[in-house]
Design a protein around this ligand. Structure first.
Ligand code: IPD
Ligand code: CA
Ligand code: CA
Length: 266
């Protein structure tokens, strides 16, 4: 029997530990390496990931792990932890204070617990399936906005040149149809900001499970909607994601679906 409260307690403690590592490394300095042309990894990503994985495995040695920097540790357990130790690495490397730790727990293939911790603003978002979404323990909900023209949206750009070009087209289309579009550089925080009503909607084309696992649950538990652009069910293993307050979902999804090149359908 899986105890969701216990998974949540371990996820929160691990996110807090990792957040401390990120703040401390930001203070004392860290090495940066390149995984690709613009895709960075810092010493802090690796250290934060180790702290999280060690904490989880010391409590649940048989659980599976899928973590951005070390990949998958397979297991027979129904529980798999999906971890982004530092979402917003480019921001972190440039001392732009918008980044977080994202930890989710999948049980039998369904995300049931999600924690996203922003150590800079000391904001911890969490959700447990069926029990609502919270920011530092206080319930949160998505915005009431139903008019796209009055909506503030956010998107993100992955590291591949082709994906960047494709999303630039969607970005320019949407800029002309809503109040504005932000590009903050942390998909997990983008989702949490939709969950608490700071943004009305988010989309991105080229994501990984660790970017969206916790944030997507937090959005749906806050009353929002998460799907593919065409409204169909999305898995954290799909690359695209549309997350909104629900009220602008179909309007935004229809425009994105129509505007994107056919080759970007995942
Ligand atoms: C990235 C951020 C960014 C998103 C990229 C992600 P990372 O994650 O979430 O906002 O646009 O697609 O890869 O590399 O900072 O963990
Ligand atoms: Ca990420
Ligand atoms: Ca990361």
């Amino acid at each position: 029997m899986v105890d969701l409260d216990e998974l949540f307690a371990v996820a929160s403690a691990a996110a807090e530990d990792a957040g401390k590592v990120l703040l401390e490394k930001a203070r004392v300095g860290f090495k940066i390496s390149k995984k690709g042309r613009v895709n960075l990894v810092t010493e802090a990503d690796l250290m934060a990931e180790s702290v999280i994985v060690e904490r989880i495995l010391s409590r649940f040695p048989d659980h599976g792990i899928l973590a951005e920097e070390r990949g998958e540790i397979p297991s027979e357990s129904p529980v798999k932890w999906v971890i982004d130790p530092l979402d917003g690495t480019t921001n972190y490397a440039h001392q732009y204070p918008c980044y977080c730790v994202s930890i989710a727990c999948e049980v039998n293939g369904k995300v049931l617990v999600g924690v996203v911790f922003d150590p800079v603003s000391d904001e911890c978002f969490h959700a447990i399936k069926g029990r609502g979404a919270f920011l530092n323990g206080t319930p949160i909900s998505t915005s009431m906005e139903s008019v796209l023209e009055d909506s503030l949206l956010v998107t993100g750009f992955s590291y591949g040149m082709e994906a960047i070009k494709l999303n630039l087209e969607l970005f320019s289309t949407m800029m002309l149809q809503c109040r504005s579009v932000r590009r903050d550089g942390s998909a997990a925080l983008d989702l949490c900001y939709v969950a608490c009503g700071r943004f009305d909607g988010f989309w991105e084309l080229s994501l990984f499970p660790w970017d969206v696992a916790a944030g997507s649950l937090i959005v749906t538990e806050a009353g929002g909607k998460v799907s593919c652009f065409d409204g169909s069910e999305v898995s954290i293993y799909d690359q695209e994601c549309l997350a909104t307050n629900g009220r602008i979902h179909d309007t935004l999804g229809n425009i994105l679906e129509k505007s994107r090149a056919p080759s970007t359908k995942s």
